[in-house]
Ligand binder design. Structure first.
Ligand code: SAH
Ligand code: SF4
Length: 362
């Protein structure tokens, strides 16, 4: 790494788009280590040696959309569709509360019918009720209208994840059918903030056709959107999708995909400093220790999957999702051990809002 650039990182000087680009293009092992270490220092300074957990409940794989990369897209007929009942969701949330996860994420395929809006609203209310308000609730249920977002917020959800997938509108159009709209998705981020949500977004990293300039523009997008949380992960092929054809030798590129995603996490931490950044399960799909490396590269949030084991097979956005057969309890034991082994502590029982959001609200 150029001395001027590493000095800039040490001094926490503002990074220009050219700096971001240069960091994302680092290749030498020693440079990558310096990059991750610099990002980790910033993470420790702004959010501490602490990891926040969100218990992930994948409550339904019914989806009306057809994103070219996603394994549960509408046209994939190989998927057994399911939706959990309210009781099943509450059972998992109760367990999350008992083991003091602090917060849960309800994620699903996208639907925009009234029944779905009502169902999510009752699930949010139910979780608040059974946990006496203790559990924080994040939603990740796609694009909705303003009223639905407001209703869900008023029911008690306070964070929302909606990845923009790519900040390049032209590239977005290549990853989605014609009736999926970049502008509408971007507008949803505005609606979420207006409704009061702590808002998270992010992109897939290493998508065929994506350039380093796209990734730089993604970082600027995160800053300009004033995001509180960033959730990004490597793109991973799912063979039952149209995009898989564009990455036939994916298996040979797993390590490259992992490194690019880690670089993006590190650069996001160095650029935005006080936001929450997820170390996503997709990292672990590429390498056993993917999530811990994500933490050591600047991530501070992990979303352990607490979905009942029997549904996991049917919620594969990408192939090779880890823990398909793990009982949630075993996953948690392994996770605790892993986090302690790298000298970090789990912030049990906390909502774990991003310092960025707290600083803004003052
Ligand atoms: N339906 C909602 C939430 C579930 S999908 C939505 O789309 O927002 C959650 C995320 O999974 C998507 O935002 C996308 O970034 C990610 N995803 C989908 N397919 C993927 C793949 N093949 N590899 C990596 N991430 C993928
Ligand atoms: Fe549906 Fe989300 Fe997958 Fe797109 S990414 S097909 S909206 S679940």
């Amino acid at each position: 790494m150029r001395k001027e650039l590493s000095d800039k990182l040490d001094a926490e000087a503002p990074l220009t788009p050219a700096d971001l680009r240069e960091l994302l293009l680092l290749k030498e092992e020693a440079d990558l280590q310096s990059l991750y270490e610099a990002a980790y220092r910033i993470k420790v300074k702004y959010v501490g040696k602490r990891v926040n957990l969100r218990g992930l409940i994948e409550f339904s794989n019914l989806c009306t959309k057809n994103c070219y990369y996603c394994g549960i897209r509408r046209d994939n007929t190989h998927v057994k569709r399911y939706r959990m009942t309210l009781e099943e969701i509450l059972r998992e949330a109760r367990w999350a509360d008992e083991i003091k996860l602090g917060s849960v994420v309800l994620q699903s395929g996208e639907r925009s019918d009234a029944e779905f809006a009502d169902f999510v609203e009752s699930a949010v209310k139910g979780i608040k009720e059974i946990s006496g308000g203790a559990l924080g609730i994040t939603l990740s249920c796609g694009e909705q209208n303003e009223e639905t977002y407001r209703r869900w917020f008023n029911a008690g959800a306070h964070r929302y994840l909606l990845r923009i997938e790519t900040s390049n509108p032209e590239f977005y159009r290549r990853l989605h059918p014609a009736d999926h709209s970049y502008e509408q998705r971007k507008n949803c981020l505005a609606l979420l903030k207006k409704a009061g949500f702590m808002t998270g977004s992010g992109v897939m990293i290493g998508v065929p056709g994506q350039t380093v300039d796209d990734l730089v523009s993604d970082l600027l997008f995160f800053r300009d959107q004033d995001l509180d949380m960033v959730g990004m992960g490597p793109y991973i092929v799912h063979d039952d999708t149209p995009l898989a054809k564009q990455f036939p030798d994916f298996a040979a590129h797993k390590e490259d995909q992992l490194v690019l995603a880690l670089k993006m996490i590190a650069v996001t931490r160095l650029f935005l400093k006080d936001v929450n950044i997820a170390s996503t399960t997709a990292l672990q799909a590429l390498r056993e220790d993917g999530r811990e490396t994500g933490l050591l590269a600047g991530g501070n949030v992990i979303m352990p999957n607490i979905t009942e084991t029997r549904y996991r097979d049917s919620y594969q956005l990408y192939r090779g999702k880890p823990g398909l057969k793990d009982a949630p309890e075993n996953g948690m034991t392994a996770l605790k051990k892993m986090i302690e082994s790298i000298g970090e502590t789990i912030a049990f029982g906390e909502w774990g809002d991003s310092p960025h959001f707290r600083n803004k609200s003052r």
